[in-house]
Design a protein around this ligand. Structure first.
Ligand SMILES: C[S@@+](CC[C@H](N)C(=O)[O-])C[C@H]1O[C@@H](n2cnc3c(N)ncnc32)[C@H](O)[C@@H]1O
Length: 343
């Protein structure tokens, strides 16, 4: 029997990918983010992507249409549980999207559920109620905190997994025995990406301070990573010989290496490197534009428009720039505009 799966809050489809690798047929996936739809469609042409808020899905009609589902994967909205949000106000309504898992479980009655979230979800005031709602539907639960680094991924990423099975107690998952992978294995130190001098006039003081701490610990001959926006007390840098610190939705890692001309050069980690650090194979397509691409594209367009206003001939050039290369599959690999993202 082929296990038929439904991915709720599917995002880029990392959970769908893993499940398909394990033999699950991904039947459908739901997310409110159009970009998630583009990426999911590119990687799961066999699955139906449903765009919109889960709260607005007529789940009875959907269950009728999709037929038997054995496994629901769900990564409910996590930014409002996450410590990455710092002291900013947390949105309770957003946390409550987790109850969509209960609504879908009730309608589809899958044998298995896998709910993934940040570890802090356990501190949510309604977490016990969330779990007991699933138990009331007949599910046996197992709660485990797993770190991606213990499963062959070069990233330290602790996540909460709530496993549910309505026939038996879910088995305990055990980490692999192998040594954790190092981020050095997926960072391209000599390849095609553009580097900028670490010490240049407009470089942020905080960046230089982070680099200084790296040099103090490692000396000046070894490459290392700068870690931005971290509140993890790491001093704003990390070595390459261990798994990457947790990737978040912000561009937060730059690599620094010695350079014969400039002393040291740096650049942000690029999509193929981050993909590898997420444990995603390179054949997984992430060709839609990144946030960095979007800023760069908008800035380029603004400049073009300004020029078009002053020179009539420029209008044609502007149009050409907007209509060429936009969908080139190579675009994510190009070392364009990296300096814009460096602080
Ligand atoms: C943590 S991400 C999911 C990551 C995904 N499991 C993966 O492996 O790539 C959460 C996703 O939930 C989506 N989301 C948040 N609230 C939603 C809602 N009410 N309805 C549908 N999707 C929602 C977001 O757009 C985001 O893509």
């Amino acid at each position: 029997m082929r296990v038929r799966g439904l991915d709720l809050f599917c995002g880029a489809g990392g959970s769908s990918w893993g499940a398909r690798e394990a033999g699950v047929e991904i039947v459908a996936a739901i997310d409110l983010w159009p970009l998630a739809g583009e990426v999911h469609d590119a990687n799961f042409p066999e699955a139906e992507f449903i765009s919109g808020r889960l709260e607005e899905v007529d789940v009875t009609a959907l269950a009728k249409r999709l037929g038997r589902i054995h496994l629901i994967l769900a990564s409910p909205e996590c930014t409002n549980h996450s410590p990455a949000k710092g002291n900013k106000p947390r949105c309770e309504q957003s946390k409550e999207t987790a109850f969509q898992v209960v609504r879908f479980a009730e309608a589809f009655k899958p044998r298995w559920l896998i709910v993934e979230n940040v570890v802090n979800m356990r501190k949510w005031s309604r977490y016990s109620e969330f779990k007991s709602s699933l138990e009331k539907l007949g599910y046996n639960l197992r709660e485990q905190v797993l770190n991606a680094a213990q499963f062959g991924v070069p990233q330290s990423r602790n996540r909460l997994f709530l496993l549910a099975d309505n026939q038996q107690s879910p088995p305990k998952l055990s980490p692999r025995k192998s040594k954790p992978k190092r981020i050095a294995d997926v960072v391209d130190l000599n390849g095609k990406y553009a580097w900028t001098p670490l010490r240049r006039p407009n470089r942020a003081k905080a960046t230089l301070e982070r680099a200084k701490r790296g040099f103090a610990a490692l000396g000046k001959k070894k490459p290392f990573l700068l870690v931005y926006y971290g509140s993890d007390g790491c001093g704003g840098w990390q070595q390459l010989n261990r798994p990457l610190r947790t990737i978040t939705t912000v561009d937060r890692f730059a690599v620094v290496k010695p350079d014969p001309t400039h002393g040291h050069v740096m650049r942000m980690l690029q999509v193929p490197e981050l993909k590898a650090a997420m444990g995603m194979p390179q054949r997984m397509k992430l060709e839609s534009e990144t946030r960095r691409d979007r800023y760069a594209r908008k800035a380029a367009r603004r400049t073009e428009r300004r020029l078009a206003m002053t020179t009539p001939n420029r209008a044609l050039h502007c149009w050409e720039a907007e209509t060429t290369n936009r969908n080139s599959p190579e675009r994510l690999d190009r070392p364009r505009d990296q300096h814009r993202a460096l602080r």
